[in-house]
Design a protein around this ligand. Structure first.
Ligand SMILES: Nc1ncnc2c1ncn2[C@@H]1O[C@H](COP(=O)(O)OP(=O)(O)O)[C@@H](O)[C@H]1O
Ligand SMILES: [Mg+2]
Length: 241
């Protein structure tokens, strides 16, 4: 559903991505982990058109989108949930969600909204509340929900766990797992929280200095001593909860 091949991108004179290849089929969650500065955010920006790749291809649902403007890439079926978790604070939750439907040729339907509210039930009782008054975790749910209102083929998320309590991280990641399992959503999840990402991912790609240096299933990578010590802090067990 999302194919990235040989992707190079950066900023002015700074080259950040040096040939990224990755693939996210329907019903699959790929987690990209890596240290601060590895280029994870730059990867998502290049995929979603916020920066223009200098080489390589990005394909969404069979259509080449590299070089297109972000709104065209969104219309092709890619929803980008950026890292800053920005809601429109004075607008209600309902209006924040409704704004996510704009990329569709038709407006988002009540069914689209129900799909989001089934995924994040705690938003249902908050629909009339200004989004700025929600907790950080609930705001993250609104922002993800806003992306889903466009019924994307591919959902990409930039560190949705940042600053959230572990229980909320677990709740949000469980929702991403359901989205994949029940709706066949293709998901590309960028995370520094490797432990949480490993619990939900089908595959994990490790990025270092603008390259994917290792890729495999969570179980494969958890058995890799370097990954274990650099990203998992020693205690990972694939069977935990
Ligand atoms: N807007 C920008 N302008 C110039 N350099 C940037 C910009 N954003 C990020 N960088 C640089 O690109 C590199 C990769 O950053 P980033 O993609 O944000 O990494 P990550 O998300 O993995 O922490 C870093 O060296 C960072 O300083
Ligand atoms: Mg980042």
């Amino acid at each position: 559903m999302l194919e990235v091949e040989g992707l190079h991108a950066g900023y002015d004179n700074l080259r950040v991505l040096h040939g990224i290849d990755l693939s996210v089929p329907a019903g699959h969650l790929l987690a990209v982990i890596g240290a601060n500065g590895a280029g994870k955010t730059t990867l998502l920006r290049a995929v979603s058109g916020l920066i223009r790749p200098s080489a390589g291809t990005v394909t969404v649902d069979g259509r080449a989108v590299d070089g297109l403007r972000p709104e065209r890439i969104a219309a092709a079926g890619l929803a980008h949930v950026p890292e800053n978790r920005l809601v429109f604070p004075s607008l209600t939750v309902a209006d924040n969600l409704a704004l996510g439907g704009w990329t569709r040729r038709r407006s988002a339907t009540p069914a689209d909204r129900d799909r989001v509210l089934d995924l994040f039930p705690r938003l249902r009782s908050r629909l009339a509340q200004p989004a700025g008054t929600l907790s950080g975790g609930e705001q993250q749910m609104v922002v993800i929900g806003r992306g889903l209102m466009a019924a994307p083929k591919v959902l990409v998320l930039d560190e949705p766990s940042v600053g959230l309590a572990p229980r909320l991280v677990a709740e949000i990641f469980a929702a991403l797992g359901r989205l994949r399992d029940e709706q066949g959503q293709a998901i590309l999840l960028v995370e520094q929280n490797a432990r949480a990402a490993f619990r939900v991912a089908d595959r994990v790609a490790v990025m270092d200095r603008g390259r994917v240096v290792t890729t495999g299933t969570p179980a494969d990578l958890a058995g890799d001593d370097r990954v274990q010590s650099a990203y998992l802090g020693g205690g990972y067990q694939s069977t935990v909860d």
